[in-house]
Ligand binder design. Structure first.
Ligand SMILES: [Zn+2]
Length: 86
């Protein structure tokens, strides 16, 4: 069950966590390594932090309509709900 309405890293079943963005950003992380490094973060917060760390502009304020948008998945293919709920 998500805590406070959002899933957390420790609840995800997948071994790998992939993020991608319209700006071309694409990264693949080992989930357990992320857990060790970043702690048990909420998935939305973690996504923004990883994007920021990789130089993605989608997290900068002010957000505009043409900002790139980061998501969990590989380029062009977002993960579906089962990624979060297991
Ligand atoms: Zn981006």
């Amino acid at each position: 069950m998500p805590r406070n309405g959002t899933y957390h890293l420790a609840e995800i079943k997948a071994d790998k966590v992939c993020i991608a963005c319209d700006c071309g950003l694409s990264r693949r992380y080992d989930r357990l390594e992320l857990l060790e490094r970043a702690g048990d973060r909420s998935m939305p917060a973690l996504l923004l932090e990883l994007a920021r760390r990789n130089g993605c502009k989608s997290t900068e304020w002010p957000l505009t309509n043409d900002r790139c948008r980061v998501y969990y998945g590989t380029p062009g293919r977002r993960v579906d709900a089962s990624f979060f709920s297991g």
